[in-house]
Design a protein around this ligand. Structure first.
Ligand SMILES: C[S@@+](CC[C@H](N)C(=O)[O-])C[C@H]1O[C@@H](n2cnc3c(N)ncnc32)[C@H](O)[C@@H]1O
Length: 222
């Protein structure tokens, strides 16, 4: 199933669901999403004093984890939905966050040692442009860690049943969550994504699958 990825609509959805976003993630994943994000960032082994950018940072989970694992790094979270960023700032009072579209990142070439992105790229129509932007701002041998749903297997399909129930319980606009479920369906599986990253110049370093492949992490290098 394909779904509209009009940037203005996407921004509106995330601005509107922001206050429920963390709560829903906790319920849907039985609180495992944060642990997986933590394990994924740990795989990067971020060196002290690195420049790290988390794109599509949402409510700032990755920013918090990166700062915890590498306190001496300079971490920036970027997102185009203001309400998500407000929550990120509450979660990370000393964090640096910018309102920015990841198709046009306001950074110079080669500025970052690491870029991370969780559940972000699947909201973007022009994915190759976003990947090229990530490549542009990374320095030589800089690393990109991408995390999202992985194989479209039957375990992942359980979400199709759980999510409508949870959104009903939490009294959330079910249309918005329909979009989130559909955006998962038409997002490429990890092998295809790795090809897309390689087509933009990245070298493949590592892939780690969690929860029987429901979540997949790819680490790429410039
Ligand atoms: C599903 S949330 C993921 C948030 C966070 N990374 C996490 O793992 O919890 C996707 C985020 O991507 C942001 N986003 C979508 N398209 C974007 C774009 N073109 N530029 C910047 N942010 C974008 C949305 O506003 C939203 O906060």
């Amino acid at each position: 199933m394909t779904c509209s990825k009009n940037p203005e609509e996407i921004k509106k959805i995330f601005n509107e669901i922001s206050e429920y976003y963390d709560k829903t993630n906790n319920f849907i994943s039985f609180f495992t999403h944060y642990i997986i994000k933590y394990l994924a960032v740990r795989e990067l082994n971020i060196k002290p004093h690195s420049m790290v950018l988390d794109i599509c940072c949402g409510t700032g989970d990755f920013t918090k984890i990166i700062k915890k694992l590498s306190p001496k790094s300079h971490v920036i979270g970027a997102d185009f939905a203001q309400n998500m960023l407000k929550l990120a700032k509450i979660k990370n009072p000393n964090g640096v966050f910018i309102l920015a579209d990841c198709l046009q990142l306001p950074f110079k070439d080669n500025e970052f040692n690491y870029v991370t992105s969780g559940f972000g790229l699947r909201n973007i129509n022009n994915r190759s442009r976003a990947i090229s932007e990530i490549y542009r701002i990374l320095n030589h041998s800089g690393k990109f860690m991408h995390l999202d749903f992985g194989k479209h297997n039957f375990i992942g399909n359980i979400f199709d049943f759980i999510v409508p129930v949870i959104t009903k319980i939490l009294k959330i606009n079910t249309e918005h969550y329909k979009y989130l479920l559909n955006s998962r369906q038409d997002f490429p599986e990890p092998e295809e994504l790795i090809n897309e990253f390689e087509n933009c110049g990245f070298k493949f370093i590592k892939r780690i699958d969690y929860l029987f492949g429901v979540i997949s992490v790819q680490i790429m290098q410039k």
